[in-house]
Design a protein around this ligand. Structure first.
Ligand code: URA
Length: 190
């Protein structure tokens, strides 16, 4: 029996070889995801940006620095959690993910979640939220604690704004900080 870490490495290798869409052609590195294979909490972002593409690691740019600050406030570190994205290769000029790219690429995310079997998922921004709640609006659902059955897993999903929104807009930063407090309170009940 292989361990969760070995199974995640297998997915990483598939991501590295993936040519299912065109994004690998313009990307520097794949960004499969990183963190604790035994994590109870998984964070899901949108897609790698410039620095993530350079380093092959999720959330290492400005959004990542804000994410790290928000994590510290609720006593979480990257060693405790797993972080992944909807797309594993950077879209050119950080354009929005296309529906077809999301459809093709989220087979990897689905496999990662089935391996990790987290209890809680924090979606960062609308693309990750819409993966679980298609057609819903981030401004409406952010900060809600939602329990769902998903691919045989009992999950609690807490959608929040993407950290990049918090970097652009003070009101959204405030909302993010409040929603992270909620996340912390919820995790304390587990
Ligand atoms: N934004 C994301 O959604 N993901 C990253 O990995 C970095 C920035």
């Amino acid at each position: 029996m292989s361990t969760k870490a070995q199974k995640l490495k297998y997915i990483e290798d598939l991501v590295a070889k993936c040519h299912k869409c065109q994004l690998y052609k313009t990307a520097t590195n794949p960004v499969p995801g990183q963190g604790n294979p035994e994590a109870k909490v998984v964070f899901i972002g949108e897609a790698p940006g410039y620095y993530e593409d350079q380093q092959g690691i999720p959330f290492v740019g400005n959004s990542g620095k804000l994410l790290d600050k928000l994590l510290v406030k609720i006593n979480l570190s990257r060693q405790d959690i797993f972080i992944a994205n909807i797309l594993k290769h950077r879209p050119p000029q950080n354009r929005d993910p296309l529906p077809q790219e999301i459809r093709l690429c989220t087979t990897f995310l689905k496999a990662q979640l089935e391996i990790i079997q987290p209890k809680v998922i924090i979606t960062l921004g609308r693309f990750a939220m819409n993966y679980f709640f298609p057609g819903e609006y981030i401004s409406k659902v952010k900060g809600q604690v939602r329990k769902i059955k998903w691919n045989g897993l009992q999950l609690t999903i807490i959608p929040v704004y993407h950290p990049s929104a918090g970097l652009r807009n003070g009101a959204m930063l405030q909302a993010l900080e409040q929603d992270f407090q909620k996340i912390g309170q919820f995790l304390d009940t587990l």
